[in-house]
Design a protein around this ligand. Structure first.
Ligand SMILES: [Ca+2]
Ligand SMILES: [Ca+2]
Ligand SMILES: [Ca+2]
Length: 245
């Protein structure tokens, strides 16, 4: 229940931010409260419900709200979401690597006020410890196949909780093109990279993850060899190729 409540709260936060930028309109909480939390958990393809919130056994906890395991996402290979929460335990905002909120995207949306942030494949300028991989990403420039760190394609990044015990960031991406294919089974992999240079800040995600164990695939095993500060979330899902209309 907490998970679904958080997910709903997450959608409201994103909607409010976009509304504020678009015209200073305040989101109506009365309308929002009328919404019904999504209790659907797809099981058709993979037979298991989405995992619950991970235990705090690592310095950072990653929780992915979307896609859920087995989801059949998007239309024409795009318009699907990657939405997540990063909880840094016993870490200040500075230690998370966070450099500022961003509301960004392609072309005219790239790196402009009021929340500038760059937009391209590679290490995120705002959340520089994050690695996001997708197993079916193409190898056409500027992409480098499944090892491409997709974190700098995220559109909406902000600080959602700061306490003496830690810091929480939320991060959302609406996938604007069929970069990971259409009508294809895919696997999303997400983690926060360890403080590899030991400067006390989680800001060491690479632009491209290498096939460190030389097994011909880029996946969680390679991230473990690279070094991670968090759990590694892997979400198998399907990208829908049918057009929207
Ligand atoms: Ca960025
Ligand atoms: Ca560092
Ligand atoms: Ca590998």
């Amino acid at each position: 229940m907490q998970r679904n409540g958080k997910k709903l709260r997450r959608v409201l936060a994103g909607g409010a931010a976009l509304a504020a930028v678009a015209g200073g309109v305040t989101a109506s909480l009365s309308t929002a409260n009328a919404a019904t939390p999504d209790t659907h958990r797809a099981t058709a393809h993979y037979g298991k419900p989405s995992p619950v919130r991970p235990p705090h056994t690592a310095p950072v906890s990653v929780e992915v709200f979307a896609p859920e395991r087995g989801d059949n996402t998007g239309a024409d290979g795009k318009g699907w979401f990657v939405d997540m929460e990063l909880s840094f335990h016993n870490a200040s905002l500075k230690q998370t690597g966070f450099t500022g909120p961003q509301l960004t995207g392609p072309a005219a949306h790239n790196d402009i006020p009021p929340f500038p942030g760059t937009f391209s494949p590679g290490q995120d300028d705002r959340n520089p410890g994050l690695v996001v991989l997708d197993s079916t990403v193409n190898s056409t420039a500027p992409f480098s196949g499944p090892g491409t760190n997709l974190a700098n394609l995220f559109n909406l990044t902000g600080v959602t909780d700061r306490t003496p015990h830690g810091t929480e960031l939320w991060d959302t991406w609406i996938v604007g093109d069929s970069i990971a294919g259409k009508d294809v089974d895919s696997v999303l992999t997400v983690a926060v990279v360890a403080d590899l240079d030991h400067d006390g800040v989680y800001d060491d995600a690479p632009p491209v993850v290498k096939d460190a164990n030389h097994d011909g695939r880029i996946d969680a095993k390679d991230l473990r060899l690279l070094g991670v500060a968090s759990n590694i979330v892997q979400v198998p899902f399907h990208i829908n190729g049918a057009p929207a209309a």
